[in-house]
Design a protein around this ligand. Structure first.
Ligand code: ATP
Ligand code: MG
Length: 234
């Protein structure tokens, strides 16, 4: 569904992505793992159009999207849940969700989609008129996901959604990601929570210093001694 080939990204002279190639299959989770500074966020932001690659190709449903502006990439159906909880703090929960449906494709169904969000995230339903900035960290992360879903994406890029959340909330978050996958969503998941993300992943890639050094199925990487030592603390 999404095919990345030979992607290079530079920040000035510093190379953050070096010849990255990978396939994101439809209706499955693709996990990206790697240490701090490996280039995970850079990869997500290049796919979503926030950063422009120096070289390489990103094809989405057969169309070249590398270098397109982020709003165009978003309109085409690639949604992003960014690192950190990117909600509009002074707007209410309802307004935040409605902001997710501003793109033309999703606007008509905003009302029905809002109902769906309240089923998926019942806690948000109880807080529709509350300012988003006063939600707990976990609630803000759910809101960021709900807002992304309001835009009816066909692919969601998650950048460390569990960062800074309490264990119970992390579990709930992974349940939601699993549910989205089971409903057929195509998901790219960047997570420090390596074991949980490999358990969900059909395919996974290890990024080190901007290069993909290892790829395989989720179970293969869970069994890989190098992954176990470096990322699973075994
Ligand atoms: N705006 C920028 N200007 C210069 N260098 C940058 C910029 N953003 C990121 N980098 C560098 O690019 C490299 C990759 O950063 P990136 O944020 O993609 O890593 P990451 O894998 O997401 O790390 P983390 O797990 O800490 O989020 C790092 O060395 C970082 O310092
Ligand atoms: Mg990052």
């Amino acid at each position: 569904m999404l095919t990345i080939e030979g992607l290079d990204l530079l920040y000035g002279d510093a190379q953050a992505l070096d010849d990255v190639s990978l396939d994101v299959p439809e209706g499955a989770v693709t996990a990206i793992i790697g240490a701090n500074g490996a280039g995970k966020t850079s990869l997500i932001r290049t796919v979503s159009g926030i950063l422009r690659p120096a070289r390489g190709s990103i094809r989405f449903e057969g169309r070249e999207i590398a270098g397109l502006p982020s709003h165009t990439v978003c309109d085409l159906g690639i949604g992003q849940v960014a690192e950190g909880r990117q909600v509009f703090p002074t707007m209410t929960v309802r307004e935040n969700l409605e902001m997710g449906a501003v793109i033309p494709r999703a606007r008509e169904r905003a009302k029905a989609n809002l109902e769906r969000m309240l089923v998926l995230f019942p806690r948000l339903g109880e807080r529709l008129r509350q300012a988003a900035g006063t939600l707990s960290g976990g609630e803000q992360q759910m809101l960021a996901i709900g807002r992304c879903l309001m835009g009816e994406p066909r692919v969601i890029l998650f950048d460390e959604p569990s960062l800074g959340l309490a264990p119970a909330v992390v579990q709930e978050l992974f349940r939601i990601i699993k549910r989205l996958r089971d409903e057929g969503m195509t998901i790219v998941l960047v997570e420090q929570n390596v074991a949980a993300s490999l358990h969900l992943a059909a395919t996974a890639h290890v990024l080190e210093q901007g290069r993909i050094v290892l790829s395989g199925t989720g179970p293969e990487l869970l069994d890989n001694p190098k992954v176990q030592e470096a990322y699973l603390g075994l």
